[in-house]
Design a binder for this molecule. Structure first.
Ligand code: GCU
Length: 677
């Protein structure tokens, strides 16, 4: 059945018959002789992939013939030790690969070559993708290497298998049956990640307790690390800062206390005995009530460096999160991370990275990029995106996130380089580089809840490998692999995906509104909530609607958060007259009768946006219904029902928000926007 379990690795027979014949001829056998667990996976993947796609049995050979696919490294395959190949491999680095149509000993072949076995595996998935997406392969000359070193998933999974902000079932890590039972799903997980270049995973929630650092759990972690290793995936764990007290019996977790330092050094040694290639720690400290170095009047750098020193002898790293805020900074939560971290630039050890969320608030449907990306030139900054759709309709809404990721990556920091150039290290010559995505994976049959949510996992991996890929090309290849190569289907569904995030913004948080969703669960509208105990959790704190207007003044007359951006970046936002509509209410408190670029008053524009957004969800339903003939019925109906939910919710958002804001604007909703729905 088409239940979505296979993700984008379905390997169905190529539908285009002339291409099928050509592929069969050009790839009639496999020669991959390298001897390692990774090369075993290469052979198996080529066999499963080619046998499925070409509906044939592809022979394994030890000497090449016309039409043999040769896969390997110059070390493990003597046939690849020729100057043309080794020359090209200089550009492939440790994880990259080349795929070329060439002759070896005068025999026409296709070659996948790399400097390492894992590079060969990445090349294998790339070649299979060309077939899955029905690309010509007669004159291949591909060199591909990742632009970013750490391409990582962050699981917010708890040991009881609940997933914080997870909408696709329970955690796929079955701690109860580990380490002795290896769920085949762990292997499928690793394979799916390898197919898109993801090479690191944090198994535990940033809010986790210290239990995972105890011996019985380290044995379980080791079992997972052993499964992932041949797929090129390194395991990381979250480290709760107070672990020395909770599991070590110490009286303090002060990072400058020698007993605490020693406890961590011992713990790290123990971890590396189980997992020799352990990646390191991800730490959430002094944020949302989590313990941290500030509890002892130490800095984030003191805390990070203490852990960094412990992992350094093993080449481990520490990823310290910049997501910090507290209720003691009630003026503007926007400014806290920058204020806490910029004074520490240059004070972190070389094996520390600072992981910064894409925006300064919290994964809102649209945020300006985080001002830290334009600062801290001496600290490697890692991007944290959210793949799970906490604030983007969770798993019931079709929201394709590549346009959100790209919007952030392409933003100019104001220093004449983009956020992407900070993240990939080219702007500042960082040697540690990384992108993390908070995973949307759970034990639902289809992994991600919404069939289209798989595209967000896919896009995260593809953009981490190459952030210059376009949202459209990623949507296109994902659709072809996941559904069908039918051109009409692909064009139509890609258009749906490419507008989906804009539609979501329009019916929930148009014009720069943000954080007006239900508090706690973060689902659906609740702009009216006003709980005095935690002002920075309340929608009213963010929209600031009153009889004059709506929006958060972050200019010099307000919180002045804009001052944290480089002058060239803040220029685009600071003047109400020139600020783009998309960020207007993010940075300005705007009168209800303010005349917008459209010619409408702000109030009428708000009505227009909410009504248009909701109407566009109805259009998504109609478009999808016309695609029924092109997709299997199981996934067709699943998506159709989910689009129905999204449409209902759009009306809920529209009505709730407009009726609430109307109590301030005291103006009617223009009749012409009220389409029947
Ligand atoms: C959001 C999310 C929390 C999470 C936090 C974080 O606020 O709602 O569940 O713990 O981000 O990133 O640490």
């Amino acid at each position: 059945s088409e239940n979505g379990y296979d993700l984008w690795l379905r390997y169905k027979k190529v539908a285009n018959n002339s291409l099928l014949q050509a592929y069969r001829q050009q790839l009639n056998s496999i020669l991959a002789s390298g001897n390692s667990p990774t090369m075993d996976i290469v052979r198996k993947e080529l066999q499963t992939g080619l046998n499925g796609l070409l509906a044939t049995t592809v022979a394994q050979r030890t000497t090449p013939q016309p039409g043999t696919l040769i896969a390997g490294t110059p070390q493990n395959e003597p046939l690849l030790r020729n100057a043309a190949i080794t020359g090209q491999l200089k550009k492939a680095g440790n994880e990259g690969f080349i795929i070329t149509t060439t002759t070896i000993n005068n025999i026409p072949t296709t070659v996948i070559a790399a400097n390492t076995d894992i590079g060969v595996l990445y090349g294998t998935f790339h070649l299979l993708r060309l077939l899955q997406t029905e690309q010509p392969i007669t004159k291949l000359n591909i060199v591909s290497a990742p632009r970013i070193r750490l391409r990582m998933l962050n699981h917010w999974d708890n040991l009881d298998r609940t997933v914080e902000r997870g909408y696709a079932g329970f955690s796929i890590w079955n701690w109860h049956t580990l380490p002795d039972y290896i769920d085949p799903r762990y292997i499928d997980y690793a394979r799916a990640n390898a197919s898109i270049g993801i090479n690191a995973t944090v198994l535990t929630n940033v809010n986790a307790n210290a239990t995972v650092l105890t011996k019985p759990y380290l044995e379980k972690v080791k079992a997972l690390a052993d499964v992932f290793r041949p797929y090129g995936i390194r395991v990381f764990l979250t480290a709760r800062f107070s672990a020395p007290m909770e599991t070590g019996g110490l009286k303090t977790a002060d990072p400058l206390d020698p007993a605490v330092q020693q406890w961590w050094q011992q713990k790290v040694k123990e971890i590396y005995q189980y997992i020799p290639d352990f990646g390191g720690f991800l730490v959430k400290a002094n944020s949302e009530g989590q313990p941290g170095p500030q509890d002892y009047h130490r800095t984030h750098a003191d805390g990070a460096n203490m852990l960094a020193d412990a992992v350094a002898p093993f080449k481990g790293i520490v990823i310290w999160r910049a997501f910090v805020y507290s209720h003691t900074n009630p003026l503007d939560r926007h400014t806290q991370a920058y204020d806490e971290f910029t004074p520490l630039d240059g004070e972190f050890r070389k094996n520390v990275m600072l992981q910064v969320k894409n925006g300064p608030i919290d994964f809102m449907p649209r945020e300006p990029f985080h001002p830290l990306f334009g600062a801290m030139p001496k600290t490697p900054l890692m991007m944290e995106f959210q793949v799970t759709q906490e604030y983007l309709g969770q798993a019931t809404n079709l929201v394709y996130l590549a346009p959100l990721f790209k919007e952030v990556l392409e933003s100019n920091t104001g220093n004449d380089y983009t956020v992407a150039q900070v993240i990939d290290g080219t702007a500042r010559h960082d040697s540690l580089t990384g992108i993390a995505g908070v995973a949307n994976i759970g034990n639902d049959i289809n992994w991600c809840g919404h069939p289209f949510a798989q595209a967000n996992w896919y896009a995260l991996g593809r953009l981490a490998w190459d952030h210059e890929l376009s949202s459209a090309s990623i949507a296109n290849e994902w659709l072809r692999m996941t559904f069908t190569n039918n051109q009409h289907f692909v064009d139509t569904a890609a258009a749906m995906m490419l507008q989906s995030r804009d539609i979501y913004v329009q019916f929930t948080n148009p014009l720069g509104l943000h954080h007006i969703m239900g508090t706690g669960h973060h689902y659906g509208p609740a702009p009216w909530v006003n709980d005095q105990r935690r002002p920075e959790w309340n929608p009213v704190y963010y929209h600031k609607a009153d009889s004059i207007g709506v929006g958060f003044d972050r200019t010099t007359t307000g919180s002045n958060a804009l001052a944290q951006y480089q002058p060239k970046a803040r220029q685009q936002w600071e003047d109400l007259q020139t600020c783009p509509d998309a960020y207007l209410l993010w940075f300005h408190h705007v009168p209800w009768n303010y005349k917008m670029r459209s010619g409408r008053s702000l109030w009428n524009e708000l009505c227009y946006q909410y009504y248009t957004g909701a109407a566009r969800t109805a259009a998504l339903q109609q478009t999808w219904n016309k695609l029924q003939a092109y997709v299997d019925q199981q996934r067709f109906h699943e998506v159709a029902m989910l689009l129905g939910i999204e449409h209902k919710e759009a009306i809920w958002w529209r009505n709730a928000c407009l009726l609430y804001f109307q109590t301030f604007s005291r103006q009617p909703i223009p009749a012409r926007y009220e389409q029947p729905s």
